[in-house]
Design a protein around this ligand. Structure first.
Ligand SMILES: Cc1ncc(COP(=O)(O)O)c(C=O)c1O
Length: 438
């Protein structure tokens, strides 16, 4: 069973399955959906995918074989990874193969997929994120995990939760829920966008603590790409006996994350963004030492020894098991290498934007304040939401807006699959848009 290789716990990246070999393997269901996809005939005639290896420099040429792992339609450039990552072909194939296995022999398929999740996916994620397997559970996304954390923290009416003005609704709404239903007080600390230094953020949060503060909730990386000093903020919380609840949706998969080192109590992340996992995957972490203060959102009979954080019921096993292919991909390329390459690309983008009249760059000024992959900026006279549509229509380039934090900003998020040529293309398209906005 060629296409089941991912489910045996191997770290080896999968070989390319052409449409023909997929059909030969009898994957009828997947083949039907593949043939319905535009570009399926391109895939049939395309050259075999090269082996994935760790690139040895940061230049485009050294990443060409990485780019070749993706099946994006020719002519389209995808720079909206912060919204939804574009999985490599191996991940799409692993999802299809998982459903295929379930359809052929449901009982065996379920057992094999469950084995992959328990034996490869959870330990692999724990190892990548510097945690113990027992400290993490899989979720459908970061939003679900953030909610599980927020409703799980033991709080009394009048207890205070500090969050920042830069939270994503996925991070703030669960606390609004607790305010409405449980009398918890939510206070928002204003953080400027961009901020100049990490110390500025630490100081603003430190000054906002009161004797009633029980939780601080903040992003590792905000939706707009601002990088927070997580370790220092968690240390502030720990010194005061306060729970630290971190939103890592925009962090994991973009650069190395070591949860024990960060010292947070809970951490929630999407795996379908920078980890390039299949859509509908996320993770929830509770530090083992924090189990006595964070209840399961579901199980009435959970204990600190058996915390039962796992969302109950039937889950998308093929989707979760296909995270093994995302792990293979990230491990082979190297997470440090992913960070360096994405930083190289966004530095290049920033340099191109700096040459363009009418651009105000809104990303943090240093690597300590801005993440490697996302860049935000305003373009004089251009509405960001309209710009996103026009750039897609006119140039076939997918970007996003960031009309938050007081900005009318455009967000460009670049992952390892992007190239400097695509960045030239988007900056040229933006320049044309500036001169002919409608
Ligand atoms: C900072 C942040 N937190 C949470 C989320 C929600 O992620 P998901 O849709 O995977 O739940 C997002 C999504 O863009 C985000 O940017």
């Amino acid at each position: 069973m060629h296409q089941m290789a991912h489910y045996q716990g191997t770290h080896r990246p999968s070989r390319h399955l052409t449409r023909r070999s997929f059909l030969a393997a009898g994957a009828g269901l997947a083949a039907t959906s593949l043939s319905a996809c535009p570009g399926a005939s391109d895939a049939e005639t395309a050259a075999p995918r090269p082996d994935l290896t760790r690139p040895t420099s940061l230049d485009d040429a050294a990443w060409a074989h990485v780019r070749a792992q993706f099946i994006l339609e020719p002519g389209t450039a995808y720079m909206n990874n912060a919204s939804l990552g574009m999985p490599p072909a191996s991940v799409a194939e692993a999802v299809a193969a998982g459903y295929d296995a379930l359809s052929r022999e449901p009982l065996r398929g379920k057992t094999e997929l469950g084995r992959t999740i328990a034996g490869r996916v959870v330990p692999g994620l724990a190892s990548l994120f510097g945690a113990e397997p027992a400290e993490i559970v899989l979720t459908r996304n970061a939003t679900e995990a953030l909610h599980m954390g927020a409703v799980g923290v033991r709080l009394q009416p009048g207890d205070e939760v500090l969050m920042t003005t830069q939270e994503h609704p996925a991070g703030s709404r669960p606390w609004d829920y607790r305010a409405t239903h449980h009398g918890v007080k939510v206070r928002k600390v204003f953080i400027p966008s961009p901020f100049e230094t990490a110390e500025e953020v630490v100081q603003l949060v430190e000054e906002a603590f009161t004797p009633a503060t029980r939780v601080i909730a903040f992003c590792h990386v905000t939706r707009g790409g601002h990088l927070y000093p997580v370790q220092q903020l968690c240390a502030l919380a720990r010194e005061r006996g306060v729970i630290s609840h971190v939103d890592g949706a925009q962090a994991v998969g973009m650069f190395p994350v070591d949860l024990h080192d960060l010292g947070c109590d809970t951490y929630s992340a999407s795996l379908h963004k920078w980890m390039l996992g299949p859509m509908g995957t996320g993770v929830f972490y509770v530090r083992a030492g924090a189990r006595g203060r964070v209840d399961s959102a579901f199980a009435f009979d959970a204990t600190s020894d058996a915390p039962a954080y796992q969302p109950p019921g039937t889950t998308g096993l093929p989707v979760q098991a296909a995270l093994s292919a995302s792990l293979d991909f990230i491990e082979t390329v190297g997470i440090d290498n992913v960070a360096a390459r994405t930083r190289r690309l966004s530095d290049y983008l920033k340099a191109r934007l700096a040459e363009m009249p009418g651009v105000t760059l809104l990303s943090g000024p240093t690597p300590a304040t801005s993440c490697p992959g996302s860049t935000i900026f305003e373009l004089e006279g251009v509405d960001a939401v309209e710009a996103v549509t026009l750039i897609a229509e006119r140039a076939g380039i997918h970007i996003d807006e960031h009309q938050r934090d007081g900005h009318n900003a455009i967000r460009i998020s670049t992952h390892v699959y992007n190239t400097t040529a695509e960045i030239d293309r988007v900056t040229e398209a933006l320049d044309r848009l500036r001169s002919t906005p409608s």
